[in-house]
Write a protein that binds this ligand. Structure first.
Ligand code: GLN
Length: 192
């Protein structure tokens, strides 16, 4: 498999490290032609307005939308915002997933936190029953999940932080900043 990582801004390098640990071929995506031949794409954490603006400047918005209609895309944090249909303010979005997000919903940078999540799908795919330790940095909440999207994980106080719609995956948190490869393995299983 060949997995692209959108490399316009944010922590794309950390995703590439995780994918290499899983022995997956990776490509940094900066231009529409870099999408050619990819099986799937990750949109990293960063600043969703900046990533959206750069994607627009580089003519990537429409190619990314078309890519997501046929192939798997996973957005982490800012990437999840870009996948959403509604971020409750004007900014360039891919509008691929039937989710509404609220940006910075847990507060500012200082309010970043970590939490153990119960993610039944991860247990099923990896056979590992351990809770998933998630890192949230100025994270969005997934406020609503409609249409074809479904909830994958919630915080202990029941806020939605991961959702899936077919081959599209959105997480509010950052698996690329941990040593736990289970979410990346899960994404590869969707992309396959
Ligand atoms: N707060 C950022 C945004 O709204 C996302 C933060 C992140 O990706 N860690 O785009």
């Amino acid at each position: 498999m060949k997995i692209g990582v959108l490399a316009l801004q944010g922590d794309f390098a950390e995703h590439i490290v995780m994918l290499r640990r899983l022995q997956v071929e990776t490509v940094e995506v900066r231009l529409p032609e870099h999408l050619r031949g990819l099986d799937a794409l990750i949109i990293p954490g960063g600043e969703s307005t900046t990533i959206g603006k750069l994607a627009n400047d580089f003519g990537l918005l429409e190619p990314l939308r078309l890519f997501g209609q046929r192939r798997a895309i996973w957005g982490t944090c800012a990437g999840a915002i870009l996948l959403s249909k509604d971020a409750r303010r004007e900014q360039p979005l891919l509008s691929l997933m039937d989710i509404t997000v609220q940006r910075n919903a847990f507060g500012r940078q200082v309010d970043s936190f970590e939490a153990d999540l119960d993610v039944p799908e991860l247990k099923k795919t990896t056979g590992n029953p351990e809770p998933y330790h998630a890192i949230f940095i100025r994270a969005p909440i997934i406020e609503s999940v409609t249409g074809g999207a479904r909830v994958l994980a919630m915080t202990p106080d029941k806020r939605i932080v991961a959702a899936q719609q077919g081959h599209l995956l959105a997480t509010s948190f950052h698996p690329e900043l941990t040593r736990d490869t289970r979410f990346h393995e899960y994404f590869l299983s969707i992309a396959d």
